[in-house]
Design a protein around this ligand. Structure first.
Ligand code: PMT
Length: 231
């Protein structure tokens, strides 16, 4: 017990970007550094929670501080399917699940066991199949009293469009809380700062936070406490 306001809470946090193998040497990936999810995990542990951190691919050193905390247990995963297996295995025992990982919506159909070789001057097409929606599955299997938190990473030219995309995603996924962030070539991914807008289960904006990924992580836990207290 840490004596913080999340004392005794059991939480699962996913972070990083999944990699979907093409062949033994290539993959489809994304630019998630794992910083935001690692900050969410460390903030929870420092506020007293017991944290299961499930990390896909992250930048060097990003997990060090969280992994060194005595209340954080780290599990690694690579593809979306591996991440799902790791998260689902522990989700049933947890009070809050936060999906900050950038999960590939598609994987390569029929991954090759041998390195694909270049053939002539023609282009190459890859067949993709849909990955499971981990968050939707968590919502479907939600245990009583459990809070499911999703992220929405959206490109949007205006704040209005960002929030309307966020609200649509909140409804589609059925989560209790959605942290909406704008992403782009120089926003969201990799950077040290973030802006999060929190939507509750009525699609209402209940808070927003701008600053370091650690600062907005603390705001996320404040928002979780708000919605858990109000139901
Ligand atoms: O890692 P950083 O460099 O610090 O960057 C942080 C971040 C931008 C990656 C992070 O803040 C963020 O937005 N994470 C979610 C990225 C994402 O996959 O967003 P999405 O809008 O595509 O997905 C919506 C939600 O569904 C997310 O909670 C995602 O984890 C989840 N999802 C998505 C696809 C899928 N097949 N299964 C899922 O569970």
């Amino acid at each position: 017990s840490g004596g913080g306001d999340l004392d005794g809470l059991r939480v699962v946090v996913s972070t990083g970007g999944t990699r979907e193998p093409i062949d033994p040497v290539r993959f489809l990936g994304n630019r998630s550094s794992g910083r935001q999810g690692a900050a969410v995990a460390l903030a929870a542990a420092e506020r007293g929670a017991d944290v299961e951190l499930v990390a896909a691919h992250v930048d060097d050193g990003v997990l060090d501080a969280a992994a060194a905390h005595p209340r954080v247990r780290l599990t690694r995963a690579s593809s979306a399917q591996e991440l799902q297996e790791a998260v689902v295995t522990i989700a049933g025992e947890s009070d809050v699940v936060v999906m900050a990982a950038a999960v590939a919506d598609y994987r390569v159909a029929g991954t090759s066991d041998t390195k694909l070789s270049k053939k002539g001057d023609e282009g190459l097409s890859l067949d993709l199949v849909q990955n499971p929606d981990i968050l939707a599955g968590l919502v479907e299997d939600r245990v009583p009293g459990q809070t499911i938190v999703g992220f929405a990473a959206e490109t949007a030219p205006t704040e209005e469009e960002l929030l309307s995309k966020g609200r649509a995603k909140r409804r589609r996924k059925g989560v209790d809380l959605l942290a909406v962030n704008e992403v782009g070539w120089d926003k969201g991914f990799e950077s040290g700062e973030n802006l999060l807008v929190f939507l509750d289960a009525r699609d209402e904006e209940i808070a927003r936070s701008h600053g370091s990924k650690r600062r907005v992580a603390d705001a996320l836990w404040d928002a979780v406490l708000t919605i858990r207290g109000s139901r």
